[in-house]
Write a protein of this length. Structure first.
Length: 86
């Protein structure tokens, strides 16, 4: 004889059973537009180069520092920093 395995029909606890028909679509959309978002989605090939968000931030800060120092080096004499070199 084969033993039959019974599987529960719904293994979620009642407190986790959310009725999506009561949800409000776009409830936080306006607030997101006003406050802005800090979520950035990286392409898979770029994401593969970093172990975590701290590594991404470190790389971006290095790039910012490099562009600032390069901008100072390439500024023509007589141009002020306020003009931006344009």
């Amino acid at each position: 004889m084969k033993a039959t395995k019974k599987t529960p029909e719904d293994d979620l606890r009642p407190e986790y059973d959310f009725d999506y028909s009561e949800g409000i679509r776009g409830k936080y959309y306006k607030r997101l537009l006003e406050e802005g978002s800090n979520v950035v989605v990286l392409e898979p090939d770029v994401a593969a180069a970093f172990r975590d968000s701290a590594a991404v931030n470190e790389a971006l800060r290095s790039l910012l520092q490099l562009t600032r120092s390069t901008r100072r080096l390439t500024r023509r004499s007589g141009e002020s920093a306020k003009s931006g070199g344009h």
